[in-house]
Design a protein around this ligand. Structure first.
Ligand code: CO
Length: 197
């Protein structure tokens, strides 16, 4: 069995380098986290929230799933969202998709992939609502457009969770951002103005 020694060695070097620059780094973080941002992104290994936004540990709370889907019946996402909004008091929730998303691509195809098809159903519903627009595009462009529409739909879904509605009702500022990341340039595009109360 592979022992993953290289990962543990990387970890040791990383921890040492952090302490070399900032001796209190870990003791400070161990005491509390106070991130201002919640990131809801795709599980894709090429879209790591901290790295692409230049944020350090402790600065962004992260939830990732296949194709950055937000549905109000997902207790995993709702638990993360409630903790982020009610306890951590994040000011910004960022839904960040990415072009060329495999989950979104699978949602556009008529093939069985397994359990994930139930998850992708939400994206299929978004595709159906935009059928006429998507049908006018060549396949790759349709995938990328659906990546954008998926982010916009999920930002709207976030705004309609009881957690965000209640936060807005009590005057707590929470802005919902719709972003998309381009794998081949490393750049994030903003898809729409933030949704706020
Ligand atoms: Co993806």
């Amino acid at each position: 069995m592979e022992s993953l020694t290289h990962l543990l060695e990387n970890n040791r070097l990383w921890a040492e380098s952090q302490v070399a620059v900032d001796p209190q780094f870990f003791t400070r973080l161990a005491n509390q986290q106070s991130p201002e941002y919640l990131w809801i992104g795709c599980s894709d290994s090429r879209v790591p929230a901290n790295q692409i936004t230049g944020l350090a540990p402790g600065e962004i709370f992260v939830h990732r799933n296949v194709a950055n889907v937000v549905v109000q019946t997902d207790f995993n996402m709702l638990s993360v969202l409630q903790f982020a909004v009610d306890v951590l008091k994040v000011k910004h929730v960022i839904v960040c998709g990415h072009y060329g998303c495999g989950g979104v691509r699978a949602a556009l195809e008529n093939q069985r992939h397994g359990i994930v098809d139930n998850w992708l159903r939400h994206i299929r519903n978004t595709a159906r609502r935009a059928e006429s627009e998507l049908n006018g595009l060549v396949h790759e462009n349709a995938v990328d457009r659906l990546c954008e529409l998926n982010v916009l739909a999920n930002a709207q879904n976030l705004a309609r969770t009881t957690i965000v509605e209640d936060a807005w009702e009590r005057g707590q500022p929470v802005d919902i951002h719709s972003w998309i990341y381009r794998l081949d340039s490393g750049r994030i595009n903003v898809l729409a103005d933030p949704i706020r109360s």
